[in-house]
Write a protein that binds this ligand. Structure first.
Ligand code: SIN
Length: 279
């Protein structure tokens, strides 16, 4: 085996892999990567410059890359690769100064079958700032008081693209894109399909309400769960180095991007890995 792997860092997240051959990876190294990703639901692969082809090949080790649904983000040459870009503080996806992905969220929970994982490749990263923070939703669930676990065990949340509670700008969508994603209902607690471990499944951006609860009660519960899940004990911050590739598991983490100062561009390539219906 030619790769080296650090232990996970804070909140059991953020193990770093070096020595991985992006061009012709050995089968045992691919297996070691998959294993490392189950142990550390965010993983940084630090191996020098990737091409779109080698980035897609790496993604294939973890699952099936999915076509980006949102036309505004899609790379025209590689439909499974999307661009997350900020220039002079402006997100190219929203045209707004607010940081794209700047609020805690998990990717694509407004879809009936949300992606399992997301990969970002740091093509251009600012020298300071622009970090990505992650919170471990297994740990957050396990630390809940028993009475809360019982209360939320069977509750479901209604997720949608433009949710009532969302406070951040989202890219505009075509009528066709909108029609493809009607509101969906997902459990508040989901079981990881590969490890069987439970995790809180909430998305402050996309949850509109808790099904079967009066709005005010559902909002109070959500506020409490979000505050709980994002406390520093469950959080790991990734400070980007050029060419870092970070993969995270959307089934058991939330993440958010931080702003950075000045005019330095920030350009990340993204691949989403197909998931399964949350249960
Ligand atoms: C995202 O939320 O998908 C983007 C994260 C980042 O830009 O750090």
């Amino acid at each position: 085996m030619s790769i080296a792997l650090t232990d996970p860092g804070s909140a059991g997240l953020g193990a770093v892999v070096t020595g991985f051959d992006l061009e012709s990876p050995a089968a045992e190294d691919c297996e070691a990567l998959r294993h490392a990703f189950r142990a550390s639901p965010t993983l940084c692969i630090r191996n020098g410059t990737a091409t779109p082809e080698s980035f897609l090949r790496l993604a294939g080790i973890f699952g099936t890359p999915q076509r980006e649904l949102m036309g505004v983000l899609r790379d025209t040459d590689y439909p499974e690769i999307s661009l997350i870009e900020r220039r002079q503080g402006i997100s190219t996806a929203t045209g707004k100064a607010a940081t794209f992905g700047g609020q805690w969220h998990t990717d694509d929970s407004y879809m009936a079958v949300p992606c399992a994982a997301t990969m970002l490749y740091g093509e251009v990263v600012p020298p300071k700032g622009g970090d990505t923070s992650f919170t471990n939703m297994h740990l957050a669930y396990e630390a809940l008081p028993d009475e809360t676990k019982t209360r939320i065990a069977r509750l479901k949340a209604v997720h949608m693209y433009q949710a009532r509670r969302n406070r951040s700008p989202v890219p505009e969508r075509s009528a066709e894109e909108e029609a493809r994603t009607p509101p969906v209902t997902h459990p508040l607690v989901r079981t990881h399909p590969e490890t069987g471990r439970k995790a809180l499944y909430i998305n402050p951006n996309r949850i509109d309400r808790i099904a079967d609860l009066p709005l005010a009660d559902g909002d109070a519960l959500l506020d409490k769960l979000i505050e709980h899940a994002t406390q520093p004990a469950f959080v790991h911050v990734h400070a980007w180095q050029p060419d870092d590739i970070v993969i995270w598991d959307n089934r058991c983490t939330m993440h958010k991007a931080s702003p950075h100062q000045g005019d330095h561009p920030r350009r990340l390539l993204r691949i989403l890995i197909e998931g399964t219906v949350p249960v």
